[in-house]
Design a binder for this molecule. Structure first.
Ligand SMILES: Cc1cc2nc3c(=O)[nH]c(=O)nc-3n(C[C@H](O)[C@H](O)[C@H](O)COP(=O)(O)OP(=O)(O)OC[C@H]3O[C@@H](n4cnc5c(N)ncnc54)[C@H](O)[C@@H]3O)c2cc1C
Length: 281
């Protein structure tokens, strides 16, 4: 008999790690294949959504889903080792099991972006939820205008998805600009903050939307600069992070003014959250 009981949204699906690799210093890519009905739950998940991943015996934490469902059936997570859960996840290897709860949150309106030029600005691990945006554009290239990627990290060893840069650069009408705060002896690209790079690249605001993710201070200064450059707030999208427990709008832990990042976000246009950004720093 088929089980028709609705899935309890607090109950994780079981997932098997089918690939674990270093992405950058202290950042691992975990590729998860879902086992008990999870594929069905995640098959329509959208760029920008997130999930809670649990390391058994350590707990669970939220992570942006770093691939499109079309590239699946698997989920990629880029996990930066910070504290107990992320250390627990870093200790796992291929074949190990994790829990995955989701998909949660809203997403980038990729359909509304069709026909527009996209400027994607990623800082450090903030590149993770932007990767499915880039994948969507590359996999449906004729649907979107020019794609300009500005990608930043504190140091070259902290840049994520480096093995994909050649494919991004080779895609039609796509440019990738890299910058680091501090170079090493091999680095021959830009050195400086992403805001300096943005001024140098100077993309046109005409028929364009911007999508930014990174540390709060980066999002704050990038979005202020974009507005100075003529990009209007409603076309500047950000994805935000905050400490959260339930991910379902119940615990109230992730509030930004009257908004809850877990259910009203994590994707917002600056016309929704611009005035709240100072409280987010
Ligand atoms: C919607 C969303 C998407 C996210 N996506 C990713 C992702 O793709 N990759 C990734 O590596 N991380 C992501 N994070 C952050 C991730 O959830 C935290 O790093 C994780 O909860 C840390 O858990 P921990 O148990 O290892 O650390 P803890 O032991 O809980 O904390 C260790 C230290 O990190 C600080 N910290 C913990 N969480 C955060 C946070 N959210 N913001 C700032 N400081 C924090 C704590 O204050 C403490 O100082 C995301 C968070 C949200 C809300």
């Amino acid at each position: 008999m088929t089980d028709t009981t609705p899935h309890n949204p607090m109950k994780p699906f079981l997932g098997k790690l089918v690939e674990v690799k270093d992405l950058a210093t202290e950042i691992k890519l975990l590729r998860v294949e879902l086992l008990n009905g999870g594929n069905e739950a995640f098959k329509a998940c959208q760029p920008g959504q997130f999930a809670f991943v649990s390391a058994f015996g350590f707990g669970e934490a939220p992570f942006g889903i770093a691939n499109t469902s079309q590239r699946g059936p698997y989920l990629d997570f880029a996990v930066n080792r910070l504290g107990s859960v992320t250390t627990g996840l870093h200790e796992l290897g291929e074949g190990d099991l994790v829990g995955v709860r989701g998909p949660l949150g809203n997403w980038f309106p990729m359909d509304q972006f069709k026909g527009k030029n996209l400027i994607v600005l990623g800082g450090g691990i903030g590149g993770a939820p932007l990767r499915p945006v880039i994948q969507t554009v590359l996999d449906n290239r004729a649907d979107y205008g020019r794609l300009t990627i500005l990608w930043a990290a504190r140091h070259p060893t902290l840049l994520v998805f480096t093995d994909e840069y050649a494919a991004w650069r080779a895609a039609p009408d796509t440019t990738l600009h890299l910058t680091v705060d501090q170079a090493d002896e091999k680095w021959d690209r830009n050195v400086g903050l992403i805001t300096q790079l943005l001024e140098k690249v100077a993309p046109s605001p005409e028929n364009a939307v911007t999508i930014t993710c990174g540390p709060p201070i980066m999002i704050y200064y990038v979005t202020r600069l974009l507005e100075k450059m003529g990009f209007v707030a409603k076309n500047n999208y950000v994805t935000l992070e905050a400490r959260m427990h339930c991910g379902m709008g119940k615990c109230g832990r992730c509030n930004l003014g009257p908004k809850l990042i877990c259910v009203d976000g994590p994707v917002f246009s600056m016309s929704e959250v611009g005035e709240l950004m100072e409280t987010f720093l």
